[in-house]
Write a protein of this length. Structure first.
Ligand code: SF4
Ligand code: SF4
Length: 320
């Protein structure tokens, strides 16, 4: 295991991409039960609102296997797909090492509790950004309601899997609520908290921290989580140590080293933030060929011109 990790680290450092992607993110549906101000899917990406057909999922999954991670979430609430649990079970039974999805938890009920805990999912992320009943108008609303439902889910979990973590997007208006959410997550027995940076790439009116402010508040959240006894990850780790080297001066995004995105139509793109940058159709061409075709190769060389202001290239916002 350690030898494999060391080889992977060396390949990453040299940016020698593997022969095929090992992680795939499926846009199983882009329907959503919310309409967050920060969401780019309809305003900017203008994606056609639809579910991925189950048969398309099956075929593309087969083309992509073996996978270390199958993420069954793109833009949208994945639990709105009528066959989401069949998809998770299929990915797991066909050998995906990890199967994850992200939900806002608002539609959890007895049916979802039972399925979430039995379908083969290894990781469940819950997106919640504040603790009020109505929300603050920016992030995912109704955090209190979501957390009640997550507490119920955890009370029914008998095994270590799925790991259930909280994903919180931070911005000045939810500064205080994040402390409350960390406490709540620890209290109900969640497995961790991931602090996410607010993306203002498309919605410039959304308020977010400067890089220096973000470092400061993340340090406060880390100390708070330590006291509460829960694991936490923050964007600070993206800009320190070895990770900083892997970004190669803001020219290479680590996401595209081993990951592909599958749109609701079943097409391959480099990531969820580039839903229109199609590099191939896995129903017409094998995945190794798509992964190394001219469009993908050119993209890896000229990534900055395609990704423009993505935070994963401007990790310290210096270029803003
Ligand atoms: S929950 Fe996610 S997909 Fe749905 S509107 Fe909010 S940001 Fe967009
Ligand atoms: S830099 Fe951003 S837009 Fe480009 S591939 Fe990485 S995550 Fe996607």
């Amino acid at each position: 295991m350690n030898v494999k990790r060391a080889i992977n680290g060396l390949m990453r450092a040299a940016y020698i991409v593997p022969g095929r992607p090992t992680h795939a993110q499926f846009e199983v549906t882009n329907k959503c039960n919310l309409s967050c101000e920060m969401c780019p899917r309809t305003k900017y990406y203008k994606v056609k609102i639809t579910d991925m057909e189950y048969e398309v999922f099956e075929r593309v999954l087969d083309a992509l296997l073996p996978l270390r991670l199958a993420t069954l979430t793109g833009w949208g609430e994945p639990l709105l797909h009528p066959r989401i649990y069949d998809m998770a079970a299929l990915a797991k039974s066909k050998g995906a090492q990890a199967v994850s999805l992200t939900s806002n938890a608002l539609i959890f009920n007895d049916y979802h509790y039972e399925k979430l805990l039995s379908c083969g999912l290894t990781d469940l992320r819950i997106s919640v950004d504040n603790f009020s009943e109505t929300g603050d108008g920016t992030g995912h609303p109704s955090g209190a309601k979501s957390m009640e439902k997550v507490a119920e889910l955890l009370s029914r979990r008998k095994d270590a899997l799925p790991r259930i973590a909280l994903a919180i997007t931070i911005y000045p208006d939810n500064y205080k609520d994040v402390f409350t959410l960390i406490d709540k997550a620890a209290e109900i027995g969640m497995d961790g908290v991931a602090i996410m940076r607010m993306n203002d790439r498309f919605e410039e009116t959304v308020k977010r921290y400067t890089f220096q402010e973000e470092n400061q508040v993340c340090a406060e959240y880390q100390a708070w989580a330590k006291k509460a006894g829960i694991k936490i990850g923050t964007p600070r780790e993206f800009s320190h140590g070895i990770r900083r080297i892997l970004y190669r001066g803001g020219t290479k995004c680590p996401v595209t080293f081993d990951n592909v995105y599958v749109t609701a139509e079943g097409l391959i793109t480099p990531c969820c933030a580039l839903p229109k940058f199609v590099t191939g159709d896995p129903e017409k061409c094998d995945i190794e060929t798509i992964w190394k075709n001219e469009k993908f190769k050119k993209f890896r060389v000229e990534q900055r011109s395609v990704c423009v202001h993505c935070d994963l290239l401007d990790i310290t916002y210096k270029k803003r």
